[in-house]
Write a protein that binds this ligand. Structure first.
Ligand code: G
Ligand code: G
Ligand code: MN
Ligand code: NA
Length: 254
């Protein structure tokens, strides 16, 4: 396939870049984190959305190499920001189920932490619900390994998967990311916020934090604050942006 052919070698040609999208703590209204989001700029194709190329990278196995590159790049950047005196923030990195299911994830991640000097307590890995319904023993072992390095774990796109709620208790997950479709549906009708409220209550009763994705306006932000949501992420705070732009945003004391 054409896209796959171009995807091979994209890293070597330096066509990939990691963007950062701010995450805000609702209680303090401060930026406390960022999600690392991959951008691919191919000279012939211009910008290609990850929703188009990630599935191809997964099918072809290229996601292992690409995912490792994103992780290393985010940890390197996070450590550089810390060393430059920026306030500590948590960097969230997306993991593909394929990366998670390979037996060597903990060694890979641990190696990158050692190599960059970035501490695990500043790193959050975003998993999808589908990851947790895989081989139970292996999932538990991998999660234990990551926890030993104080790495945080978040469930991405929460509420859109088809697995049961049982895994929330069974696995040492720290945070739920409420899928942006639920935030969108909150709209102007407060009745639509009941699903969001249910997720927040359940998460808190299990001792988990909650972040809302896709927050696009002040009304959604204030609704989420009233529902006791912990953190928000979305265009209202900022789109994914290059590292230099994010650094400027953070040093302007938001
Ligand atoms: O930017 P966009 O909305 O098109 O992103 C689409 C999807 O791509 C999102 O679900 C996001 O989680 C995923 N994505 C972005 N960066 C990465 C990455 O580095 N690794 C993986 N596996 N997925 C990513
Ligand atoms: O699935 P994941 O959460 O990793 O997807 C992140 C993607 O969501 C990013 O690629 C980003 O472009 C997109 N995104 C981030 N904030 C918003 C938002 O407020 N509205 C919409 N529609 N998309 C968003
Ligand atoms: Mn994500
Ligand atoms: Na998401």
């Amino acid at each position: 396939q054409n896209l796959l052919a171009k995807l091979r070698g994209a890293l070597e040609r330096k066509e990939m870049e990691v963007y950062y999208q701010p995450q805000m703590d609702l209680a303090t209204r401060k930026i406390t984190g960022a999600e690392a989001i991959l951008r691919w700029n191919n000279p012939e194709l211009a910008w290609v959305s990850p929703s188009r190329f990630i599935p191809i990278a997964e099918e072809s196995g290229l996601i292992v190499e690409i995912g490792e590159w994103v992780l290393r790049e985010a940890c390197r950047q996070g450590q550089a920001w810390l060393e430059s005196g920026m306030p500590p923030i948590t960097l969230a990195v997306n993991l593909s189920a394929i990366q998670f299911q390979r037996g060597d994830l903990c060694d890979k991640v641990g190696g990158i932490l050692d190599e960059t000097g970035f501490e695990g307590r500043y790193l959050e890995l975003e998993l999808t619900e589908s990851v947790l319904i895989g081989d139970h023993k292996r999932v538990v072992k991998t999660i234990q390994g990551l926890k030993q390095r104080d790495i945080h774990l978040a469930i991405d796109d929460f509420g859109t998967g088809y697995s049961s709620l049982a895994y929330l208790n069974r696995f040492a997950v720290d945070k739920l990311k409420i899928d942006r479709s639920f935030i969108h549906d909150m709209g102007s009708d407060p009745n639509n916020s009941s699903v969001v409220l249910a997720i927040i209550r359940m998460a808190h009763s299990l001792g988990l934090k909650v972040i809302a994705e896709g927050v696009e306006n002040a009304s959604q932000l204030e609704q989420l604050d009233r529902l006791a949501c912990d953190e928000v992420q979305g265009y209202h705070l900022g789109k994914p942006m290059p590292a230099t732009t994010f650094q400027r945003l953070l040093s302007n004391g938001v």
